[in-house]
Write a new protein. Sequence first.
Length: 132
Amino acid sequence: MRGRLTFRNVRFPPIADIQRPLLARGMKRATLFYIAALGGCTPAPDATCPSIESHSHRDAVADARAALARGDSHLLMLGGFVGVVPGVRDSSGYATRTIAGTSDTTTDACRRLRATAEAYATKYNQTVVHGG
């Protein structure tokens, strides 16, 4: 039995006995498998930021008036290392809520739309401060 490896009555040929076409076919299959597997692991491009895009289609003044009618006088804040409450000089007397997608750890798409969130928050906050 020299040159043969046995395992439970199954014989495996030595590596030197494997024919080249079989090895080439196996290498091709393995390569295609790894390419497909790695291709699926790449991150998808972040083309959108739904949390901010939803604000671009809304009326900030109408939303602020609706909140005031419900007795809700919170202001909107843009997140970050230090949050910013746009449109007002002093927000100390108001509760604040951070707009999702405006923190420092957001995607590139959210960073590009930050101006949209700031414009919405400015109109919203000014309407709340001036009482509707």
